[in-house]
Design a protein around this ligand. Sequence first.
Ligand code: AMP
Length: 277
Amino acid sequence: MRTVITLSELGSARRSFSGTVGLVPTMGYLHEGHLSLVRRACEECDHVVVSIFVNPTQFGLNEDLSKYPRDLDRDLSLIEPIGADLVWMPTAEIMYPHGYQTWVDVEVITHHLEGSMRPGHFRGVTTVVTKLFNAVQPHKAYFGQKDAQQAAVIRQMTRDLNFPIEIVVCPIVREPDGLAMSSRNVYLNAEERKAATVLYRSLSAARNLYENGERDAGELRRIMREVLATEPLVQMQYVSCADYDTLEELETVTGKTLLSMAVFLGKTRLIDNFVLG
Ligand code: AMP
């Protein structure tokens, strides 16, 4: 496995690949969720590139950019045995050189959910993913369902900009107690970590209602809020029952549907979701 930093090193490594290339974009501090994407890419592609870049432009002013967890040596030791060919770790100066002024902005679908809570977040995501796509020129790119809106926005952008790239969305990997794996889970203290299972319990309660025939989206949102409210440490930001593709809030559940939520546990912001139908 090679590791590269500069665009010219990346370019020469990329030119040495023949056959299909898969890209797994990450911000590092890898866990089993990330590794599941790398494994899937290695199964499906002749060559796999993993990028590790904590993208400053997708963090808000009051967010955790400076303290975002990092451990490159550990990341590389986790990726290598899976069989990726290349890890690209660009610097912020390489991605956003002095005088940088070009942005990719996806419109309507970014206005809901995470977009409404984190202004500018998706502009940072779509810009950096476009730059990763242009530099790596993958045939397939792998994203996690954990960031459901991100996956929907990237699909939209890929269609809109005619990127000849297949977007593969992989299932959420969870801890044994249901908590979705996240690099940010390390911020939780013991008490918060215990309380964090309430996201999974809340989504499960809504899914149970759905499986028992409930199709009123308001009822599904209500039960999610009700279960979250049983946990005093949790501060809810939103719960949503929305169309899977457009992310518009639903009145009635008919087709493929995204149940999602964002909460604060102390200072840590957690998101989770289930797909119905
Ligand atoms: P991040 O490093 O947080 O930007 O995540 C990189 C990729 O890993 C994104 O496509 C995430 O959706 C995906 N990912 C993060 N956590 C999980 C998880 N628990 N299960 C599956 N994919 C995940």
